[in-house]
Design a protein. Structure first.
Length: 260
């Protein structure tokens, strides 16, 4: 499961990375949680950044929900077998089957926060790209829900999750967000992409390009939102040359000045 993530790159940086228009204001978020707004890129407007609420509610739902993750396997792989290679049941889940076909999105992120399967965010890790490649993109789905009483419109999204790669298993955690390779961004956003090609992308990311280190459990509190909260309190899961707890933020590039 991925319930918290980090997006601190400037709008300009995000726009340049994903080749979209920088047409919104967004404040860095070191601990983005359900209900909060974040930038996404949708299949309806693939050349624009838009702000959307983290927590999925399909347009037809009577009440607003905050479903943060959509399982790629759907109702399959309930044992969370990391070697599962069966069908992607998300295409049959009533909650997601429309969105996975026509409302897919890219969710820019600089890192994500994951706890162990048992202790959850009582024992959190910051998961990041080894080579400093950021922002990267989660595979997501989105929709727009309208409150029938107030008329308020809530654009919203969820991160698609899949079985864990070798790094996430080291935490250990039984799920991970689907991270898309840059070469698949256009394919993911294209509404004409065949469904079989879409589901083929819902696989664990190559662990050789990732790493993770432990951070302070105070991150489980949504109000904890600062660079210092992401500082390492221990060594990374994969030994990293020249790594030190003191310079962990620098290695991630998270101590850079952030242009307005």
């Amino acid at each position: 499961m991925c319930g918290r993530y980090v997006i601190i790159s400037s709008v300009k940086t995000i726009a340049e990375k994903f080749q979209v228009q920088p047409n919104l204001d967004f404040t860095a978020n070191f601990n983005l949680a359900a209900g909060q707004r974040a930038p996404i890129i949708t299949s309806e407007a693939p050349n624009e950044l838009s702000l959307s609420h983290f927590g999925f509610t399909p347009f037809w739902a009577k009440k607003r929900t905050y479903v943060i993750n959509a399982r790629a396997e759907g109702d399959h792989n309930k044992e969370n077998d990391p070697n599962y290679n069966g069908s992607k049941g998300i295409i049959k889940k009533p909650f997601f089957r429309s969105a996975i076909r026509s409302k897919r999105c890219l969710i820019p992120a600089d890192a994500f926060i994951e706890g162990t399967t048992k202790e959850k965010l009582g024992k959190p890790y910051l998961v990041y790209m080894q080579n400093g490649a950021r922002p990267f993109a989660f595979a997501g789905i989105y929709d727009e829900w309208i409150d029938q009483e107030s008329g308020a419109i809530y654009p919203n999204f969820a991160i698609i999750t899949c079985r864990p790669n070798a790094l996430l298993q080291k935490i250990p955690h039984h799920r991970m967000p689907v991270i898309l390779d840059e070469r698949h961004y256009k394919e993911w956003l294209n509404k004409e992409t065949a469904l079989a090609e879409v589901t083929a992308l819902l696989e664990p990311y190559d662990p050789q390009h990732m790493n993770a280190y432990p951070i302070d459990p105070s991150i489980r509190q949504v109000k904890t939102n600062s660079r210092e909260a992401l500082k390492a309190i221990g060594e990374p899961l994969i030994k990293q040359t020249a790594f030190s707890i003191e310079n962990s933020l620098q290695l991630l590039g998270m101590n850079e000045s952030r242009p307005s």
